[in-house]
Design a binder for this molecule. Structure first.
Ligand SMILES: [Zn+2]
Length: 765
């Protein structure tokens, strides 16, 4: 019989119960016991849901109050010294590591967060040093396995694998220079042995060990580590299902197929092409092969026919008992259930599968492959065929005009009319900006009043007119504020935007939105990504009204603000029937029209933000060039349709450019603003070394903290920058948007920023 499995279920609760409970605990409104109970209720509901859909391998142990990597680190006693000795409970130490703590005389910042592979989920980075003292503080896997068992549900516990755990971490401040976390493997293994043998003693037949690092190029260097680790773990552990996801194993398959594990999971959603090689490699072994044919990363209904074809191929080679049909990865990246969507049309609902629906899918596909004669299975198969056919029909009829327009893109549409040096002269006259121009990244504080007004409009408690009047007043005050502060290139402050992607999605054709499609981004922060369902086009101007209103009330130049095509794409659920490249180009054309309209409306500078260009990089280096080619082309397509006099800006929320520098240069934005790393100027040296020629605004202070930078501190930073950059190229700005800041610190910080720029004009005349 072909079995079915789910690698992990969303842990936020169907109605965001976990967020509500965690935030109530932080606010002191509920006790630790009440929080624990709320978490137990969500886990129970998830196990029962997955079980009720007929899944054979139900996951346990992958639940988290904040982040599963943080859970794993604290269970293994990997707690940086700065969080120890404050008299906090283990639960409060855990949250302090996740989000920092500033209360009752304890003042510790949060640990670093990083993107979980190429997803929009963030994990808390573990910190290791030579003296890291691994201990099994608690056995979460055993506890949750037992909890499920007490409910009558046999589960397959999920454990983060040792190599991936070490690989995700970084050396702590106390570590010696050159220390590499992977060197701790021998010290770590005894704790894993303890965890796994306890699990076996508790009665678990299988354990799922996640080693997603195996889909990266770097894993090729860890063959020895994998071989040693699994040779030690396998004898004491339940049967090990080694899971890999988000990409293909490629050459790592050679050693992975020889590991002493009982099963291997591969991602056939992202990399269906790896099936043949994997079958070949495991054919002669006893390995059970788990096929990730139901996407853990998108929200589309699975095409059963295609999935069954892949499954059948495996069954033909391995036999039914050695094949498992599974989700490609944990379903953590998908919303919980379609059942809570009341506003999607029946037609739209028929396109999608969220976590609960995907759970039913793995079960049905496995039953079909097992030769089930069940009428319900036959019915589900037939219904899927109809749904997929309807969806394909919809896709085909989507928007021919948009497709024709993308097909007709010519290389000259990607280039500005003149080179930067020529444009700079024209813009100097037109914008009349002083030396070291000051500006901000776009957003100003999103106050409670702004959020309330938006909520009232949503509930029809105020009219559209009243809301627009409110927004105009907000823009008035932001503009007056900037004039008073003495900033040179103004922004309107973006009070009308709920979110930098959703705002545009709602104004473009081709998107749909869910009511309850929440996905965890980090900790208690959940996002509701828009879904791209068809060809994207712009029915009309999106931002022109607000930007031109803002320009009309000031003599200073106003910067128009847009989100770039790659970022809109990366922060949405994309279509699966056409390439991301094509979707990005469609978005770029829509934005190109907006940029041209903004210029026609008298806007002289436009910022198109692409914070997601870097995070969209494919996991394997060999795939980078192709991605960067279309990603940069998309930005250029969006921004190059204007005259030389229009100053284009772009902003990047990071400072790690070393490996993608030529692509940043190829964007050919007139001005880029970047997040300059705290104190060192290494980043700017990179720019100098590569010979960056356009204008640049490295952030002169960090907006991610309420701290107000002193005037002298900003002067020092500007001086340091000018030792590396020519003075004709430097802009002076904060390092990111001010949306999350309060007005008080914003005012004080920007006053100091303007004072420092004025000082620089006098000093570097
Ligand atoms: Zn930023």
């Amino acid at each position: 019989m072909v079995a079915s499995s789910v690698l992990g279920f969303p842990r936020i609760g169907a109605n965001r119960e976990v967020k509500k409970a965690v935030e109530a605990y932080w606010a002191g409104k509920i006790s630790a016991d009440q929080l624990t109970q709320a978490a137990a209720d969500v886990r129970k509901a998830s196990w029962q849901s997955v079980k009720s859909k007929g899944v054979d391998y139900v996951p346990s142990g992958e639940f988290s109050l904040y982040d599963h990597v943080l859970d794993h680190a604290t269970a293994f006693n990997v707690v940086p010294k700065r969080y120890v000795g404050h008299g906090l409970s283990p639960l409060d130490v855990y949250f302090a590591m996740g989000r920092g703590r500033q209360a009752d005389g304890v003042d510790v910042p949060a640990s670093e967060m990083k993107k979980w592979f190429d997803s929009n989920y963030h994990y808390v980075v573990p910190e290791f040093a030579e003296d890291t003292d691994f201990q099994l503080k608690f056995n979460k896997a055993v506890e949750e396995y037992n909890d499920a068992k007490a409910l009558g549900i046999e589960t397959r516990p999920v454990v983060l694998g040792p190599i991936t755990f070490l690989w995700l971490g970084k050396p702590s401040k106390e570590a010696r220079p050159g220390f590499q976390p992977i060197s701790l493997l021998q010290k770590l293994l005894p704790v894993y042995k303890k965890l796994l043998s306890d699990l076996k003693a508790a009665g678990a037949e299988w354990v799922q060990i996640d080693e997603p690092v195996l889909v990266l190029d770097q894993a090729a260097h860890f063959e020895k580590e994998f071989t040693t680790a699994y040779a030690e773990l396998a004898p004491v552990a339940p049967k090990i299902m080694l899971t890999t996801y988000f990409n293909r194993l490629d050459s790592n398959l050679k050693f992975v197929a020889k590991l002493p594990v009982a099963g291997l999971h591969i991602d056939l959603d992202r990399a269906p092409e790896q099936l043949d090689a994997t079958l070949e490699a495991v054919k002669a072994t006893d390995l059970v092969l788990s096929l990730g044919v139901v996407s853990g990363r998108n929200i589309w209904k699975t095409d059963f026919e295609a999935a069954i074809k892949l499954g059948q191929k495996a069954v033909d080679v391995l036999g039914q008992d050695r094949v498992i049909i599974a989700t490609s990865s944990s379903l953590l990246h998908t919303p919980v259930t379609l059942e809570s969507e009341k506003k999607l049309t029946e037609e739209q609902k028929d396109w999608f599968s969220f976590a609960l629906e995907k759970t039913a899918e793995v079960s049905t596909i496995a039953k079909v492959l097992s030769g089930s004669q069940d009428a319900a299975v036959a019915q589900a198969l037939e219904a899927n065929k109809t749904s997929i056919a309807k969806r394909r029909e919809f896709e085909r009829n989507s928007d021919d005009a948009v497709r024709k327009r993308v097909a007709a893109i010519t290389p000259d549409q990607l280039e500005r009319r003149s080179p930067f040096a020529v444009r700079q002269e024209v813009q100097k006259k037109k914008l009349d900006l002083p030396k070291f121009p000051t500006t901000t990244i776009g957003s100003f504080p999103q106050t409670k009043e702004i959020r309330q007004a938006r909520a009232k409009l949503g509930k029809n408690e105020i009219t559209e007119e009243a809301y627009e009047d409110f927004l105009k007043k907000e823009i008035d005050s932001v503009v007056r504020f900037q004039e008073k502060a003495g900033l040179d290139l103004l922004v309107h402050g973006e009070p009308e935007r709920n979110d930098m992607v959703q705002y545009f999605g709602e104004l473009l054709n081709g998107f749909v939105f869910t009511q309850n499609g929440w996905v965890q981004s980090y900790g208690s922060r959940y996002v509701r990504p828009p879904i791209i369902v068809s060809d994207v086009s712009r029915p009309g101007p999106m931002t022109v009204k607000w930007s031109s209103y803002a320009q009309s009330i000031t003599q200073k130049p106003m910067k128009g603000m847009l989100t770039g095509p790659v970022t809109i794409l990366n922060w949405s659920f994309p279509r699966a029937d056409i390439s991301r490249e094509l979707q990005s180009k469609q978005l770029a054309l829509a934005l190109r029209d907006e940029v041209i309209d903004l210029e026609k409306a008298g806007i002289q500078a436009i910022q198109v933000d692409e914070p997601a260009i870097r995070e969209g990089l494919p996991l394997r280096r060999v795939d980078w060039d192709h991605y960067l080619q279309w990603a940069v082309d998309s930005f250029k397509l969006a921004t190059a349709g204007v005259t030389d006099a229009l100053q284009t800006h772009s902003h990047f929320c990071y400072s790690d450019f070393d490996d993608i520098f030529p692509s940043i240069q190829r964007l050919d934005a007139d001005v880029i603003s970047i997040e300059a790393s705290k104190s060192d100027m290494k980043l700017l040296k990179t720019f100098k070394q590569y010979g960056y020629s356009n204008q640049i605004g490295p952030g002169v202070y960090d907006i991610h903290s309420p701290r107000v930078p002193g005037e002298q501190e900003i002067k020092d930073r500007v001086s340091a920058m000018l030792e590396i950059l020519p003075d004709s190229l430097l802009f002076v700005n904060p390092d990111c948007g001010l949306k999350t800041r309060g007005w008080k610190e914003t005012e004080a910080s920007l006053n100091n920023l303007v004072a420092a720029a004025r000082w620089a004009r006098g000093t570097y005349a």
